[in-house]
Design a protein around this ligand. Structure first.
Ligand code: NAP
Length: 286
């Protein structure tokens, strides 16, 4: 039987509608959720990403600020602007779009963002909170993957999950979130000698590599849940993931498509984190 589709567009719509409702309530009580998005330089893909993020904020009723700076902006100028936004009470989340121009150290920039406004969840402190199982902002893409798995009703407890990729923004936090959900987790990467050996034993596969056809049907256990994070282009320039959808969907139990799977969930979880940040501020005000 072919796999059931996990529809990221549909789930995203449901979650965003709940976020918009909660944002309206919060605004009514005097705290309108606010996100500042900073873009330095003229990377064309980054322009599209920030535009989509700001539009999503607008649609959810958030206050949003998009600041675009020339690639010549100095690191000190950027750090000074982040410092101002850290102290701005109308801003609950700060996102600096990566990649930054080469003369700016991305680690310094990420660490300059106040942990209470680190809605991307990329700082060392946020990563530590996730590692320690403490409350904090979870990186949006793996957080979205967890919501996609949850939406199927699949119980992760005691299941074997294989994460392919170990980046700080996707693979590693994904593995920790699966561990927190009581899965047994294996992390594979470019030095893993026999990827198929691991994926064939997996009840859940999360592919976050950036190389198409990394996972094919013969590498998947029948009934497995397959989450495809990758964004690639095929030989015709068409968007595709890391998973060979045609062959894997014949074997898997559940599968996310590309596009329309993980992609829309990433921005949705950015909204969720920003709303949560605003709710925390409102709660401390009483
Ligand atoms: P990344 O930093 O380049 O990490 C890729 C990971 O894949 C690395 O850990 C690498 O291993 C591993 N890898 C490379 N070749 C491999 C192989 N042959 N077998 C097993 N593992 C291999 O990328 P990323 O930022 O995590 O993103 C991964 C993909 O997800 C990209 O396509 C990106 O565009 C996409 N993405 C999508 C979203 C979304 O919203 N849908 C968000 C973020 C990222 P090493 O560590 O050993 O090099």
């Amino acid at each position: 039987m072919p796999a059931r589709l996990i529809n990221g567009n549909e789930l995203s719509k449901q979650i965003r509608s709940d976020i918009a409702r909660r944002a309206a309530e919060l605004t009514e009580q005097g705290t309108r959720p606010g996100l500042a998005v900073i873009l330095v330089g003229d990377d064309p893909a980054s322009h599209v990403y920030v535009r989509n993020k700001v539009k999503a904020c607008h649609d959810a009723g958030f206050h949003s600020v998009l600041e675009k700076y020339e690639a010549s902006m100095s690191e000190a100028e950027l750090l000074a602007r982040i410092d101002q936004l850290n102290r701005d009470p109308s801003i609950h989340g700060i996102l600096v779009q990566m990649p930054l121009p080469k003369h700016i150290d991305p680690h310094k920039v990420i660490e300059a963002i106040s942990t209470s406004k680190d809605v991307d969840g990329y700082s060392v402190l946020s990563a530590g909170e996730l590692m320690a199982g403490l409350p904090g902002f979870r990186p949006c893409t793996p957080y979205g993957c967890m919501k996609l798995i949850e939406s199927t009703g699949y119980d992760l407890r005691g299941k074997h999950a294989v994460v392919i990729g170990r980046s700080n923004t996707v693979g590693k936090p994904m593995a920790l979130l699966l561990l927190q959900a009581n899965a047994t987790v294996t992390i594979c990467h470019s030095a893993t000698p026999d990827l198929a050996y691991h994926t064939r034993q997996a009840d859940v596969i999360v592919a976050a590599v950036g190389r198409r056809n990394t996972v094919t049907g013969d590498m998947v256990k029948p009934g497995a849940v397959v989450i495809d994070v990758g964004i690639n282009r095929d030989e015709n320039g068409k968007l595709c993931g890391d998973v060979d959808f045609a062959s894997v969907s014949e074997v898997a139990g559940w599968i996310t498509p590309v596009p329309g799977g993980v992609g829309p969930m990433t921005i949705t979880m950015l909204l969720a984190n920003t709303l949560e940040s605003a709710e925390r501020v409102a709660a401390t005000r009483g």
